[in-house]
Ligand binder design. Structure first.
Ligand code: PBG
Length: 362
């Protein structure tokens, strides 16, 4: 501490910081009674001034609602590890979509829960024209047309008897041999009415491969939302319960990314961008806000974040225990993902958020 012109202050040593703003000397006033001409609290004093200060806005149009589909009729089967989320048959899903549309949600990412007897090593059912998942796209499009945007999932795991996203050979997950299967899956989805194909498999080169298959078949307007930086995360557990898609052997670490890595996300993004991804996604969201931020800073296409099943379940469980307040914690969680840079947030809370907006709570 030293004294300068009658004001006591401490000069902080910021020389080691690599932020250009912090490299300027910062003076911290600390003694009660000293003159302070900069008081951040003045701008927080009223709701109106806090409104001017608000840097990030999250609206219902940023949100995508996931839906788990099953074959059958009249089915609404709650996923145990995801209270409030259901595996639904198409007729029930259509009712759910209608209620989301009424709340202003127009985008849905659909996942199939496939019966074990339809699974095999090469995911044959994924491109079967009688596949209930593809039939659901047709029914949804017939009912809602352009009002509903359908985002799909491309990966072998929901259809694979091995429970992996690519073809399995012993202990290996084959890359190039998986691409034609993923390409055919994407094409079948485009034919059934999908608006955006969502490759979640993390095979190298799949975005470019799928883009070419779509273009060669006249689907130049069908987009690709790439799972660009998808981490080998424990937070997918409840989703794998929902779809019964846990790998039968091993883990997904040879294709999904190590949670320790950030620069690798830029490499994945360079490739996906070059291969023609329309939207790039980071997954999970909350433990990877820095990755969302770095992609947003570096690429001029929309950045999505997937607020995954485990993030949803941990919040729901804490709220059910009375440890957190859902109506406060949930919007804060989504806002942090938006603030990090996500233009699009896929979240199991989309409908709840939209209900809070409708009720004037947000
Ligand atoms: C699989 C896929 C997963 C999720 C979306 N697509 C799980 C996995 O990679 O094992 C996870 C979504 C969630 O946890 O909400 N292709």
């Amino acid at each position: 501490m030293h004294t300068d012109e009658g004001i006591n202050f401490i000069k902080l040593d910021n020389q080691n910081s690599n932020s250009s703003r912090l490299n300027k000397p910062i003076v911290h006033l600390f003694e009660i009674g000293n003159k302070m001409n900069r008081r951040p609290r003045r701008n927080r004093a009223t709701a109106t001034s806090r409104g001017f200060l608000k840097e990030t806005h999250l609206s219902v149009s940023n949100l995508v609602q996931p839906i788990f589909l099953v074959d059958g009729k009249g089915i609404r089967d709650e996923v145990k590890s995801m209270p409030g989320n259901f595996r639904m048959s198409t007729d029930e899903a259509i009712k759910e979509i209608q209620s989301c549309l009424d709340l202003g949600i127009g985008s849905f990412i659909l996942f199939p829960a496939v019966k074990d007897e339809l699974k095999d090593t090469i995911a044959t059912y994924s491109k079967d024209a009688s596949n209930f998942y593809l039939k659901a796209f047709e029914a949804i499009k017939a009912k809602f047309g352009e009002k509903v945007q359908i985002i799909t999932d491309v990966a072998m795991d929901p259809y694979s008897s091995d429970g992996h996203d690519g073809l399995v050979d012993g202990d290996n997950i084959l890359n190039d041999e998986s691409l034609p299967i993923l390409g055919e899956m994407a094409l079948a989805q485009a034919r059934a009415g999908a608006d955006i194909i969502g490759p979640s498999d993390m095979m190298d080169g799949r975005v470019g491969y799928i883009r070419e298959v779509l273009d060669d078949n006249g689907f130049t307007d069908v987009g690709i939302l790439s799972y660009t930086a998808k981490y080998a995360s424990a937070f997918y557990g409840p989703f794998r319960d929902a779809l019964d898609s846990e790998p039968k052997k091993g883990d997904k670490k040879t294709y999904q990314m190590d949670p320790a890595n950030k620069r690798e996300a830029l490499l994945e993004a360079d490739l996906d961008f070059a291969e023609g991804a329309d939207i790039m996604m980071v997954k999970p969201a909350l433990p990877y806000l820095d990755i969302i931020h770095i992609l947003k800073e570096n690429y001029d296409i929309p950045i999505a974040a997937y607020n995954v099943s485990g993030e949803c379940s941990m919040l729901t469980a804490a709220c059910q225990n009375g440890w957190l307040d859902f109506e406060k914690a949930m919007p804060e969680m989504l806002m942090s993902i938006r603030r990090a840079g996500a233009d699009i947030i896929i979240t199991y809370f989309a409908k709840s958020y939209a209900e809070m907006v409708r009720d004037g709570k947000i």
